[in-house]
Structures are given as C-alpha cells and as structure tokens.
Design a protein around this ligand. Structure first.
Ligand code: F6R
Length: 587
C-alpha cells in the first residue's frame, strides 16, 4: 500500500530524480496516484498525478520541479478516490506531508480545525494532519512542537514524513503501525522500506511504533513516544532486499514462478529446524492472510497428522475481533511474505496482550515488522518477490512449515530434498499449460477442486486466477460440491481438479465424474497412474510422481502458470493487478 520516500541531498543536489527512482522501487506495494514535494529557498512546491508514475514523471518534465530536500509518495486510495487532488503530498502554506495509514479520528479533527477557520480541499483523512500542523505553526509553535502536538492528536495508524518551508534542511517523520525506516548514506533518506532507499543507503534504522525523528543533512535525532531522545541501532541493508530486475522475463511473476526450485532449495538449506521449537507445545495457532493463510491451511494437515498437535489456522484480519481464547502452551506461527501485513501484526499484538504464548514468524522480508515482533523467525529464502501475486514465497512458506512438521521425521525430511527437482519438471510443463489458458480466458467464473492437503491449493489456485486475470474463481473442497456449489457448473464454467493418485483418489475421481456430467470444460492435474485411470474426455496434465504430503508444493506450480498465462492473454497488468497492494499496511 502507500509508499513513502524522502531524501536530503548532500551538496544541494536536486533530489527529484532520486525520489522518482525510489517511488519506482515502491511501485510493487500497489498504488493509484503519486506525488513529490520539495522545499527550496524557503518555498514549498509539489506535483501530483493520478494513475501510474509515468503520469507524474510527465508532469515533472513539463513543469519542472527541483529542490535538495524532498518527499515523495505513492498512494493506495482509502479515504477519497484515486484522483490527483487526493494524491499526496498534502500541502498548506508552510507544510508538505505524506502519510501511510489511516487517521481514524479524522472527522473530529476536521470539525475542530474547521471551527478554527481552516478549510479543506481533499476527501482524504491525511489532510487533517497537514492542516493541523499549519494551525499549530500559525499559533506560533515551532515545527517540532507543531509535529509533537499533531502526533498527540491523531489516532490510528501512520507513517508520516513532513517538510516545512521554515526548516528547509529537515524531514520530520513518525511511525505508528505503518512501516518507516531512516537511511544513512551520502544523502540522508527515509522510506517505507529499506529496498526503496537501498541504492542511496547501506545502513538503516527501523523505526518502532511511537518513534519520531528529525532527519537533517548532519544526521538524525530520534525520540520515543514520550519525546525522550533515544539512540537507535543501525542495521546494514540486506542484499536480499535488492531486486535484480526481470532479467529476460516479460514479468516478475513469471521470473518468480521459475525461480521456485532454487528458492525451495535455499529455504530447505537454511531451515533445519530443531525439535526444540515444539518443547512444551500442546497447540499450534497459525495467523496469516491471503496466500500465506493458504500455506497455513496446508500446515494444519501436516501438524495434526504427523506431530499430533491440534492446530488452528485463523484469518488474521478476523482473529482479534472475536475475543479468541489462547490456551496455555500454544505455539503461535505468523506466516507472511512482506512481514508488514497490518492484520497479522495486530493479531500478534492480541496474542501478546492475552497470553504468554511463544511466537514464531515465517517471513520472507528480513527485519520486517512481523519478524521483529516474533520470538523466533524462520526466513523463507525466496529472495525479493516483486510480482503482487505471491508465488515463490508461498512454496517457500510451505517448505518451512514442512521443516517444522517433519522436524522429528528424518524420512520425510529426506523426501523434501527431492522436491526442487520435481518442481523443475513441473515448470517444464509450461508449454503444455499455455493452451489451457485459451479454455479459461473468456469464462465468467472458474472452480478449483481439491481434497485433503490439496484443498488449500484449490483455494490458492483460485486466488491466483482471480487476482491477476479478474475472472471470478473459487476453490472448493471437492466433497463439498454436492452441498451447494455444484449448482454453478455448466458448460461455460471451467472446473480445475487436483487429482494425483493418492489415498483419496477414488473419492476425487467421483467428484470429477459428477462435474463432468454437468460441465464440459474440465481440466485435471494428476500424475501418471491417475492419468491412466481418469476419463479421456477431460484435459489431463501429468505431473511427476511425488510423495503425497508434498503434493501441495508441486501442484501449486501449474496453477500459478495457468493463472499467469490466462492474465497474459487477456492483456492484464500481471505484476501490478488493479486495486491490489503487495504490502497491506491498512486494516
Ligand atoms: C496473493 C497475495 C496476498 C498475500 C496477503 C498476505 O497473491 O500475495 O493474498 O498473501 O496479502 O501478505 P503477506 O504474506 O505479505 O502477509
């Protein structure tokens, strides 16, 4: 979601081009408008544009914008449409401000400011913060006091960065629940994440909730929530955060799908998980959202079957609102690619408040908020994932979860070693999968069916298709079809079935037969034995044989390729699907 960047140029260098570069690096987070503001000779100026960054760049080229201190923003609309007028930075006479998060008490603040004679020109919640600062300055406050008073007044989540006309060498920042880092390099920087400023800065400070900082050419002053000056630890920017581009691929998503064998190999290598993670554990609670939630659903099958530990998997955005009970001796596992998802972070906060449970995180982004909030962190070694639709991070999450599930089971750990090579074989099926996209591309709806450990993969396959191709798709436990969803099947609805020859093959086979009796667009992903037994009227794609427990990892791959190819031939923006954000930092 929204991305923030700010740069203070060393030798009065014009920083606008560098701010744009940083915004390009933040694009993956998802946005629908963008803007830049600079302070130069005591004057603030800004340019903003709706839509992609190229619109902002065109405006800057046309109108000119320069300054050696500036802030930039990519906005993912929450309050107010994605128009130029609602784009950040918000600007008043003396302040320009960018914000990621939601100011929950914006109505009361706006009313108060209006009573004081201030007017508003946008539909955003953010504008109250800028106008509040202006009122405080008009009342004679220093920028520092104005900022402090504003922080004391706002409720909700925020990462703020502000520049002031009367303080032309400073960027003021503050964080509560939304991510923000301060970077140290030739130029001082701030950013929503370290990757955005990685070309400028080799060291960063991760701000904690309640932190406030004044960044100047000379350095940074950090303050805690009681405005006591504090020292913060600098962390080197991890090489893993720096994306190496698309290479020869047309899209990041395809590159990331193809990277899976290596991502899995590396993840296995770095995650030899000792049995002690389960010491004293009598329950497991998994918290996650979206694709990461699907990884958790697979793990529940493994944990209960092999560890014999009762396991709950909860959608993080729902969890804390139903006053759940956390039993003693629970191991909580948060699963997240970005490590920033606010729903998951808030669910962990609930866990901390209401229990003494041990918290482990499975995260892809090193030093991310969720990895810092956990007692133990297991990193998926998938490398930077840029495509908004998660692919390699998902299969790497499954690998870490398998390493936990089988930490007492050498036989399965050995079998896990074979998975990367099998994934290579599955990727080689891409040419065979491509024509299937033709069978799906005009469908108004598609169904994905699976059983047991492949049921969550049906959910994941459907999520991949809907998020990048915009075709409605749902995953179902195949046995549930007869309880309602079967009513949806007709000749126009593709039914995509996951049916390796496993213990539940016969059951799945009948579910397929039932679908075939009602529709004619049936696609089956199976293995050699399954293919020989399943009807020839269906399209069959034969995957390599794999141990049944690891089928979720393997069967994810053709579904990713199918979704990718379908979106591609429909002409959609595969890496940046509409309305979606890679990093979900608002509830
Ligand atoms: C879908 C997708 C999302 C994320 C979800 C959680 O392809 O990427 O559903 O899985 O937003 O994000 P993380 O894993 O970063 O917590």
């Amino acid at each position: 979601m929204c991305g923030i960047i700010g740069i203070i140029g060393k030798d009065n260098e014009n920083v606008v081009a560098k701010i744009i570069k940083g915004l390009e690096k933040l694009e993956y987070r998802g946005y629908d408008s963008a803007g830049v503001a600079v302070v130069s000779d005591g004057n603030l100026s800004r340019l903003r544009a709706a839509g992609k960054l190229k619109n902002l760049i065109a405006k800057i080229e046309e109108n000119g914008l320069s300054g050696s201190v500036g802030i930039g923003h990519t906005r993912w609309a929450t309050h107010g449409k994605a128009t130029e007028n609602n784009a950040h930075p918000m600007m008043t006479k003396n302040v320009a401000l960018v914000h990621n998060g939601i100011i929950e008490n914006y109505r009361e603040l706006k009313f108060e400011l209006q009573k004081d004679g201030y007017t508003f020109s946008t539909e955003t919640d953010t504008e109250v913060a800028a106008v509040f600062l202006q009122r405080e300055l008009d009342r004679g406050c220093s920028p520092r006091d104005a900022f402090k008073n504003m922080l004391a007044a706002v409720e909700g989540s925020y990462a703020f960065a502000a520049i002031f006309s009367m303080l032309p060498e400073t960027i003021m920042v503050a964080k509560n629940k939304s991510p923000l880092v301060v970077g140290f390099g030739k130029n001082m920087c701030i950013g929503s994440d370290a990757s955005a400023i990685s070309s400028e800065c080799k060291e960063v400070v991760y701000l904690d909730d309640g932190d406030y900082a004044e960044v100047t050419r000379e350095g940074v002053l950090f303050f805690d929530k009681s405005f006591n000056q504090i020292e913060k630890k600098r962390t080197p920017v991890s090489e893993d955060l720096i994306d190496s581009g698309k290479g020869t691929y047309e899209h990041f998503m395809l590159k990331e799908i193809m990277e899976q064998p290596n991502a899995i190999r590396k993840t296995i290598l770095h995650n030899r998980i000792g049995e002690d993670i389960l010491n004293g554990v009598s329950r497991i609670l998994i918290l996650a959202c979206g694709t990461s939630y699907h990884a958790g659903l697979v793990a529940r099958y493994w944990f209960e079957k092999f560890l014999k530990i009762p396991t709950n998997v909860e959608i993080a955005s729902e969890y804390r609102y139903r006053s759940p009970i956390i039993e003693d001796n629970t191991l909580v596992i948060a699963i997240t690619q970005s490590g920033e998802t606010i729903d998951t972070l808030e669910a962990l906060e609930y866990v901390r408040k209401h229990s003494n449970a041990k918290v482990a995180a499975i995260a892809n982004v090193k030093n991310s908020a969720i990895s810092r909030a956990a007692d133990t962190v297991f990193y998926t070694e998938a490398g930077v994932e840029v495509g908004v639709a998660s692919t390699k991070a998902f299969t790497a999450q499954l690998v870490v979860l398998a390493a936990i599930a089988f930490c007492r089971n050498e036989f399965f750990l050995q079998k896990l070693q074979n998975v990367p090579a099998l994934c290579e074989e599955a990727l080689a099926l891409y040419e065979e999968i491509k024509p299937l996209a033709e069978k799906i591309k005009n469908a108004h709806s598609a169904m994905y069916l699976g059983r047991d450990v492949l049921y969550p993969i049906a959910l994941e396959g459907a999520l991949k298709l809907k998020e990048i191709s915009y075709i409605h798709a749902e995953g179902f436990a195949a046995g549930e079809m007869k309880h309602g969803p079967i009513a949806l099947i007709d000749d126009s609805v593709p039914v995509i079935c996951l049916c390796p020859h496993n213990e539940l093959f016969e059951k799945m086979e009948s579910n397929i037969a039932v679908s075939m009796a009602r529709g004619k667009n049936i696609i089956i992903f199976t293995d050699e034995i399954g293919a020989a037994l399943l009807p020839n009227e269906a399209v069959k794609i034969v995957l390599p044989n794999i141990n049944a427990e690891f089928a979720p990892i393997l069967y994810s791959i053709p579904l990713q390729l199918l979704a990718y190819q379908t979106a591609l031939i429909r002409g959609e923006d595969v890496d940046k699907p509409r309305n979606l954000a890679k990093s979900v930092t608002v509830e």
